[in-house]
Write a protein that binds this ligand. Structure first.
Ligand code: ADP
Length: 558
């Protein structure tokens, strides 16, 4: 703005000067003579300019308001006709800013050509440039102060408008920030003071929008939770992979089956699980775009068997692997196989003995009556053994089928124990069997008496068999509020701790040859356990080698 101001001041001053000179020239033209013209000029001098000069192309200078024309100074200055006069003579008008030797300062000159009495004259007006410069400075200063003031005012106004406009925007941003930074679960409500303003309307629109979004999020979360709860509650293992076989989901069961931690696997390639067979199956399902089935064995010691199915999932090209634990089924099959093998083996042994002895009798009719008797005795005892084995197998088969409620009748436990005692004593005449009752009579229970008798007999028989004669056995029957407890206590050889878990298995014997010698086949305790279970009870064993064994049966009274 500064050069503009300077130019403006100069321009105003110049045009002002020209106008005054023109006015003066017009006045001068009215003078009757040259002398009157000079007189007129002298009169005007004080009112007019700093310096007024009159010039005639023929006579040269013949009036100057500041100098005697005849003085040597003037003569020196007017040696050369100044440029403004020459220019005015040519063009009729001139304006110049130049240094004056006479005044020793910058001067502004305006020269104007006018005709007086048919002759051309130049009227030149001079003005010290210093005053114009000072005026310009004054004006610039004022202008500057004005501009600064205006700028301050504008800034203040702009700040006010800006603040007024941004305040609600900040209010909106501050409301949303806690949600954006994850400090809040829900999108908070935006509250603006002026509800009717545009920002108020914007806030209520955003609030309505966030409510909708919140609702959608809640619905989706609910659906997702429901689905994942279903998947998590499955007894099957489920693993989902994307097109590039990266694990995207794995349920709890899959974690257990595959022995991995979901957090270490999700988001990583399936190969990281280390189950190439499953990976292969997933690939096949993706390529074939149809379910693919297989089976798999896992684990070295506790072997587990799985049915696998890989299914392509949706249009994205992913796949889902489902693992079904079929270990128990495989165990049942295995057990069945073992059972048949064991049963055949147990039956084969007495048959071999019987046929051997029968052949001897047949081939040697000359044998003495004493030896023949001994042989037939052995044949008979093996027949009994076979019969017992077959009876036991039949009992187990019956028990496997289940015990119908119709077979249960009210019976007395003490009677059953007494009968079992008599049966045991008929086989082990030296055995001492005591019965102790704790609780008020009667000791009645709904039961299958025949089976129950067999269970108690098996225990007493074992107690007598596995004790050094004479066996000392105590049967303690306790009646409590909720249950009957039957303790069968002996002071026999005891059972090693390692075998305690297995003695209830079919055909299991701690010492096979010792058991067989005593007429056992390893089915006795499994029959006992089955019978007790069918009466909703359970059986436990405590034993110490060389000290004795205690079997505890507990039966609920209702
Ligand atoms: P078994 O016909 O061989 O006796 P059981 O099923 O009745 O078969 O018993 C399994 C095994 O448990 C027996 O071989 C024996 O080693 C052990 N056992 C059972 N009862 C006793 C006991 N009272 N004292 C010591 N060992 C016992």
């Amino acid at each position: 703005m500064y050069p503009l101001t300077t130019n403006l001041v100069e321009h105003i001053h110049q045009s002002h000067l020209i106008k005054r000179v023109e006015l003066l020239a017009r006045e001068l033209q009215k003078a009757p003579s040259e002398a009157a013209l000079i007189e007129l000029l002298k009169k005007q001098e004080a009112l007019l300019f700093f310096r007024v000069t009159l010039y005639n192309p023929i006579k040269g200078y013949f009036f100057d308001s500041k100098q005697e024309i005849d003085s040597p100074d003037f003569e020196e200055e007017s040696q050369n006709t100044p440029a403004e006069i020459t220019e005015a003579l040519k063009d009729g008008y001139a304006y110049a800013v130049r240094y004056s030797l006479l005044f020793s300062e910058q001067m502004v000159y305006v020269a104007l050509k006018f005709n007086f009495q048919e002759n051309p004259y130049i009227l030149r007006a001079g003005f010290p440039n210093g005053q114009i410069v000072a005026l310009t400075h004054d004006l610039t200063g004022t202008f500057l102060i004005f501009v600064i003031g205006l700028l301050l005012l504008f800034s203040l106004f702009a700040w006010f408008i800006f603040h007024h406009l941004t305040k609600p925007v900040y209010a909106i941003l501050n409301s949303i920030r806690p949600f954006q930074e994850g400090r809040e679960e829900q999108i908070p409500e935006i509250i603006i003071d002026n509800q009717v303003s545009e920002f108020g309307q914007l806030a209520s629109t955003l609030n309505a929008l966030s409510n909708r979004v919140q609702y959608q999020i809640e619905t989706l979360t609910h659906e997702k939770n429901e689905k994942s709860a279903i998947l998590e509650s499955l007894v099957e293992g489920v693993v989902a992979v994307d097109t590039s076989l990266v694990v995207i989901y794995m349920n709890r069961m899959a974690e257990i089956f595959l022995d991995v931690d979901q957090q270490n696997v999700v988001g990583k390639p399936f190969s990281k699980i280390g189950q190439p067979h499953c990976e292969e199956l997933l690939k096949r399902a993706q390529i074939a775009n149809e379910p693919v089935f297989s089976v798999m064995k896992l684990g070295r010691k506790a072997r587990r068997f799985f049915d696998l199915v890989a299914v392509p999932s949706g249009a994205e090209g992913g796949a889902i692997l489902v693992l079904q634990d079929k270990t128990s089924l495989h165990r049942v099959i295995e057990m069945g196989r073992d059972f048949v093998a064991n049963a055949s083996h147990e039956l084969k042994t007495p048959i071999t003995i019987i046929s051997g002895f029968a052949e001897t009798l047949h081939d040697h009719p000359e044998l003495s009556a004493e030896i023949s008797h001994e042989i037939t005795q052995k044949i008979l005892s093996n027949c009994v053994r076979m019969e017992t084995l077959i009876r036991n197998l039949l009992t187990l088969a019956t028990l496997d089928e289940g015990l119908p409620d119709s077979r249960l009748m009210q019976g007395d436990l003490i009677d059953i124990v007494e009968q079992a005692k008599q049966m045991t004593r008929s086989i082990h005449p030296h055995a001492h069997i005591a019965i102790e009752e704790i609780g008020d009579s009667p000791f009645t229970l709904r039961m299958d008496s025949a089976l129950f008798l067999q269970a108690i007999f098996n225990l007493l028989d074992n107690a007598a068999k596995y004790s050094k004669p004479p066996a000392d056995i105590l049967v303690r029957v306790i009646k409590t509020e909720e249950a009957y407890l039957i303790h069968v206590i002996d002071h026999g050889i005891g059972i090693p701790e390692a075998d305690l878990d297995r003695i209830f298995e079919r055909f299991y014997a701690v010492d096979k040859s010792h058991s067989r010698m005593l007429g056992g086949s390893g089915l006795g305790l499994s029959i006992v356990e089955q019978i007790i279970e069918k009466h909703k009870g359970k059986i436990e064993v405590q034993s110490e080698v060389g000290e004795g064994t205690t079997f505890v049966i507990s039966l609920p009274r209702v």
